[in-house]
Design a protein around this ligand. Sequence first.
Ligand SMILES: NC(=O)c1ccc[n+]([C@@H]2O[C@H](COP(=O)([O-])OP(=O)(O)OC[C@H]3O[C@@H](n4cnc5c(N)ncnc54)[C@H](O)[C@@H]3O)[C@@H](O)[C@H]2O)c1
Length: 415
Amino acid sequence: MRISIIGTGYVGLVTGVCLAKLGNEVTLVDVDKKKIEAINQKRPSIYEEGLVELLNVTDIETSLDFKKSFGSELIFICIGTPSGDDGSLLLDQLETAVKQISQVVRRKEEYCVVCVKSTVPPGTTRELVIPLLEKSGKEAGKHFGVCMSPEFLREGKAIYDLMNPARIIIGEYDKRSGDTLANLYKDFSAPIMRTNLGTAEMIKLASNTFLATKISFINEIGNICKQLNIDVYEVAKGMGFDDRIGSKFLNAGVGFGGSCLPKDLRGLIARSKQIGYEPKLLQEVLNRNDEQALKSVELLKKHFNLKNATVGILGLAFKPETDDIRESRAIIIVEALLHEGAKVKAYDPLAAENFRSLFPQIEYVTKEEVLNSDAVLILTEWEEFNRLDYSGKIVIDGRRVPKAKGARIYEGVCW
Ligand SMILES: NC(=O)c1ccc[n+]([C@@H]2O[C@H](COP(=O)([O-])OP(=O)(O)OC[C@H]3O[C@@H](n4cnc5c(N)ncnc54)[C@H](O)[C@@H]3O)[C@@H](O)[C@H]2O)c1
């Protein structure tokens, strides 16, 4: 199939290389010249395991010009939808891209399907995307098709997830649109659920807010357990045997970050408020998450005065196997430490450079040098942190790294 992908961030680029590997003719379009050049040089600006290898074995066309999508049967929209000031998902970049696609649709003789893959508030595809596309003078369901198929990939496992999805959700404007997308995925073994556009949009937001809720829930249980001298990890293990609960996303710690969970949670809260509903549970999931991160700083203060002390941070990425620091818990924790007058030195195997652009004033050192601090704070569960020698150190662990228990003083954020 001839496919264009508009937006070559995590979702667009990984979708593009995977679909190309499966034999499709893929064109990647982005407005960011640096990103396109980096892709052409097979040195993408993001890190994902196996990405460079796939870029080297696939033949992908790239362009800064959306008109390159003219020959496509399927156009995926993979534009970022960041949080606005009120928490709502900002749609201005997506709107610009859809207006550009509308110009392509205007000139196209053949039928093509436009598929939104970006995470958007329920109602966006029907109320914003379709009207903008129809400004082309063409009619949805007649001259072109429309789908909304949310992406569920995990950063760090993006290629695996793209090739082995747990489910494929196809929100379709009409049957013909859905058939086109279903045909693309016909050789995948994952269950395919076909539904309407708004339901597909909601499935994505509900999935992410559920995962966020699970994390804030286990952190709450952890905070109670810590006071009662009960190990929350043992509790979670016992809970996880029940398949109604499941064992995943029950790792208590400093909370969730990343480009999706916090923003999608805020996005659904904002959308609910717009329709006059106060989503108190979701709001509390968000509050608990921010308070949880700062608990690590409170614990440090219990052990010594932070003013002029040196705190060593292990882990800056929002999770292991990625260089992504978007909404990483390390950001609010480092801010709080600096505010308390502490000196900070930090190590991360992939994310240090990204972090440096936000915090040039802290020191970036080796992991061994981090250990040489007044206290160590573990904020990302990188495998390599489980091979360090923590003896003689004060460690506050935000991610439950087993080896860290060997520290002179060891305390988990909620264990
Ligand atoms: N990152 C994830 O793990 C993930 C997972 C699932 C879903 N999502 C969702 O997918 C969407 C994309 O996420 P991402 O992380 O890939 O975003 P990103 O910010 O990494 O990438 C978006 C890209 O779109 C480009 N862009 C902006 N305007 C454009 C235009 N008019 N024409 C062409 N390109 C344009 C940007 O330059 C950027 O490269 C978001 O809605 C996100 O919530 C992300």
